[in-house]
Design a protein around this ligand. Structure first.
Ligand code: GDP
Length: 295
């Protein structure tokens, strides 16, 4: 996870971190290397420019140049800026109390890991004492309903499904079922497509209206880098997102999506998928990820 970007930063910091005194030129050189490392990590150009300019401005201040340990001061500035880039602090799911239903809508392109992540989140909420219900509203990908049913059985979470092509109806009926049977969280898996299209957005819009979710989460594949950020922007503009789950983070050596998402879309990353198993979903901690990248 993030091996490539981590290696790049450890090289940069090895050079500047241990210096007893540094010059403006040292800072400029280090920032230039950081710029290349971020671009190489597939971070959005606008994000890179902003990061670099802000770092230079802060690092060239007297406080750093005159510090006893200027190299370390510089590293700290980069670290803090990296945490801010990743979203500052952990963002929690905004669930209502257990006496009512909190609906979480899952969106995303086919293959992004939507169905798997829906089950992972259900497993997590079950462990936290919630009583989740999964709604199988991906009626486009042939095996999606069956896949969700199998996952539900494996993790011990009920799956609401119907033999129909009307996803809005399934979502509504799933919510009624949840109310009747005391499920306090309803996770709705919706249909993706290979790419963004109008029919998908229209269906998601109607499902959203029908179930009034507390969270509308995009499931995006971190391996697609900046493309994941573009997808998030489109979904947000067309249906409105509250946050993002970044999948396949275990295989993402570069980190471009994670590092660009918040700045470009304004939406927080709530969880990352770190494997194919149902327990492989972790809350996203900006501080920890920044420390991992910067060594
Ligand atoms: P959907 O079409 O969006 O519902 O995608 P799926 O949930 O079926 O996932 C597509 C593939 O990605 C499956 O083979 C999953 O096992 C895999 N996958 C999902 N999340 C992760 C993850 O976080 N890490 C890894 N390594 N694989 C994942």
């Amino acid at each position: 996870m993030l091996e490539k970007v981590t290696t790049a930063f450890s090289d940069i910091f090895r050079k500047i971190g241990g210096k007893a005194s540094i010059t403006e030129k040292n800072i400029e050189d280090a920032v230039e290397e950081i710029k290349m490392a971020l671009l190489d990590a597939d971070v959005n150009l606008r994000v890179v420019r902003r990061f670099v300019n802000a770092t230079i401005e802060e690092a060239k201040g007297e406080k750093v140049l005159r510090a006893v340990d200027p190299g370390q001061q510089f590293v700290k500035i980069v670290h803090d800026r990296m945490v801010a880039l990743l979203g500052d602090s952990k963002t929690d799911l905004r669930l209502k109390g257990p006496d009512t239903q909190s609906v979480i809508l899952f969106l995303g392109l086919q293959g992004s890991g939507k169905t798997t992540s829906a089950a992972k989140l259900a497993a997590r909420l079950l462990k936290e004492g919630r009583k989740p219900l999964l709604a199988a509203c991906d009626l486009v990908r042939p095996a999606a309903v069956e896949q969700l049913s199998i996952l539900g059985e494996k993790i011990g979470v009920a799956v609401y499904r119907e033999d129909t092509k009307d996803a809005v109806k399934v979502a509504k009926n799933a919510l009624a079922f949840a109310k009747k049977n005391g499920h306090d969280v309803l996770i709705v898996d919706t249909a993706g497509r290979l790419q963004i299209d109008e029919a998908m957005m229209d269906e998601i819009g109607r499902i959203k209206k029908a179930v009034d979710p507390v969270e509308t989460l995009l499931v995006a594949d971190s391996m697609t880098g900046q493309n994941a950020v573009e997808i998030a922007k489109s979904f947000d503009e067309q249906v409105g997102l509250s946050g993002v789950i970044l999948t396949k983070f275990d295989s993402d050596a570069r980190g471009g999506a994670a590092l660009s998402l918040k700045t470009i879309t304004g939406k927080p990353i709530l969880f990352v998928g770190v494997g194919e198993k149902t327990e492989d979903l972790e809350p996203f901690y900006p501080e920890r990820i920044a420390s991992r990248i910067l060594g």
